[in-house]
Design a protein around this ligand. Structure first.
Ligand code: GRF
Length: 208
C-alpha cells in the first residue's frame, strides 16, 4: 500500500467517531497524527491517548478571539504533518483563515440528510419535523454551517421513531461506517469535484 495519509481529528465530546477511525483506518490507509479538542477533559482525548496519539486542547477562553485560537490550532496541526482534517463532533465554527490552511481537505460528519436539518440538534429537528427517513452525511467543510459539498450519505427508515435516543442508536453505526469510508476515499485520491457541477463530488470506484 502507498504511504498512509496523516489526518487530524477535531473533537469536543465523547469521540465515538474518533474511536471508529482509530479502529478502522488508523495504521492502514490513514494515521491519526493529532487530536485537538475545544473542550478540556473531553472523553475523546482519552481515546486518543490510549492509542498513543498526540492531543492538545484549544479552548476558546484561552485566546483573545477565535482567529487567534484557530491560528494556534492550525499551526499545531500543520506541525504534525496533517493533510486531512476530520471534524468528529467538533462543536465550534472554524474561521475562514483556518479553512484556507487546509483547502478542500476538511470533512465533517453530520447526523442528518443534508441539506435538511443543518446545525445543532439535527436529530431533534428531524423528529420535530416528523420525517420518516433519517440519515447521515459526510461532507466537505466550507464557510457555512454544514453547507459544503456532500461526499457520502446514507439513510435509514424509522417511521415509528419518537425519541432522539432511538434515532441516535440507529445513526451511530452508520456514522461509524461512513466517516472511515470517506477518509479511505480521500486517502486514495478518489474524491473529485464534477467539472460540470463542483457541488457534486464524484467518488471513483476502487479498482484494486
Ligand atoms: C455525531 O453525532 C456527529 O454526527 C456530530 O456530533 C456527534 C459526535 O459524536 N457531528 P462523537 O463525539 O463522535 O461520539
Amino acid at each position: 500500500m502507498s504511504e498512509s495519509l496523516p489526518i487530524a481529528v477535531l473533537v469536543s465530546g465523547t469521540g465515538t467517531n474518533l474511536q471508529a477511525l482509530l479502529d478502522t483506518v488508523h495504521g492502514h490507509e490513514a494515521r491519526v497524527v493529532a487530536v485537538a479538542s475545544s473542550v478540556p477533559g473531553a472523553l475523546a482525548l482519552e481515546r486518543a491517548v490510549a492509542r498513543g496519539v498526540a492531543t492538545a486542547v484549544f479552548e476558546r477562553s484561552s485566546y483573545p478571539d477565535r482567529e487567534a485560537r484557530d491560528a494556534a490550532m492550525a499551526a499545531w496541526l500543520v506541525e504534525r504533518g496533517t493533510r486531512l482534517v476530520v471534524l468528529a463532533g467538533y462543536m465550534d465554527l472554524l474561521t475562514f483563515a483556518f479553512l484556507e490552511r487546509f483547502p478542500s481537505a476538511i470533512v465533517n460528519v453530520h447526523p442528518s440528510l443534508l441539506p435538511a436539518f443543518p446545525g445543532l440538534r439535527a436529530i431533534e429537528q428531524a423528529l420535530a419535523y416528523g420525517v420518516k427517513v433519517f440519515g447521515v452525511t459526510v461532507h466537505f467543510v466550507d464557510a457555512g454551517v454544514d453547507s459544503g459539498a456532500v461526499i457520502l450519505q446514507r439513510s435509514v427508515e424509522l417511521p415509528q421513531a419518537r425519541r432522539p435516543d432511538e434515532v441516535l442508536a440507529a445513526l451511530r453505526p452508520i456514522e461509524h461506517t461512513l466517516l472511515p469510508e470517506a477518509v479511505r476515499l480521500f486517502a486514495r485520491g478518489a474524491l473529485q469535484a464534477d467539472p460540470e457541477n463542483p457541488r457534486r463530488i464524484i467518488c471513483a470506484p476502487d479498482e484494486r
